[in-house]
Ligand binder design. Structure first.
Ligand code: VGL
Ligand code: ZN
Length: 204
């Protein structure tokens, strides 16, 4: 059984948002068009407390897009984004969020960032999505959303690690692209056995 996993299509990652992904809103239409083709539809929502340590503003003398050392290793520092309850954290209004059956919130622990829909950035703390998908007999996932080089990539890599067949819907993802991170993400996903598909082929 297959599931559609829609990653972080939230106002802050779309044009005009706090951590905008260039042309991020272009993932919305292909994602909406895929939804009716799936029995299982899951969305993730980046959901940080205002004092989250992935925010540069919560570190002295750090600028956004610099890195810092966290307990689990290197962490990119971000502009404040997707703060719990804020408009920026809401799903983009054009996305058909009403059809989602499960919303997985992530990044709500102050000391741990969470890119993947499955594990937080310590690579150990679980979100619970794997248990849910197992309970629904899902063995194949199709991934769309933002940002290709962060939350989408880590969701795809963890899904492979957990044994799922993984399809990245290429025309329904967009990246931030810092220092070649989009090319690197494609390479890592390819190495991990992620399949690359187009939304029109998934719909037919
Ligand atoms: C994301 C950076 C920080 C993402 C979330 O959704 O890719 N990126 N938080
Ligand atoms: Zn975040």
């Amino acid at each position: 059984m297959k599931a559609l996993v829609i990653v972080d299509i939230q106002n802050d990652f779309c044009p005009g948002g706090a951590l905008e992904v260039p042309n991020g809103d272009e993932v919305i239409k292909p994602t909406n068009d895929l939804i009716p083709h799936f029995d299982c539809v899951v969305q993730t929502q980046d959901w940080h407390p205002a004092d989250h340590l992935s925010f540069a503003s919560n570190h002295k003398q750090k600028e956004a897009f610099e890195t810092t050392e966290m307990e689990y290793g290197e962490q990119v520092l971000w502009p404040d984004h997707c703060v719990q309850g804020s408009t920026g954290a809401e799903f983009h209004p054009d996305l058909d969020s009403d059809s989602s059956q499960l919303i997985v919130r992530k990044g709500f622990r102050k000391h741990i960032d969470s890119y993947s829909a499955f594990f937080e950035n310590d690579q150990d703390t679980v979100t619970g999505l794997h248990g849910y998908l197992q309970a629904r007999n899902i063995d194949e996932v199709f991934i769309t959303g933002l940002a290709l080089d962060f939350c989408v990539k880590w969701t795809a890599l963890d899904a492979r690690k957990l044994g799922y067949t993984v399809n990245l819907v290429e025309d329904a993802v967009k990246g931030i692209d810092m220092d070649g991170s989009v090319d690197e993400a494609f390479e890592e996903m390819k190495q991990a056995g992620v399949q690359f598909v187009q939304s029109k082929d998934v719909r037919s």
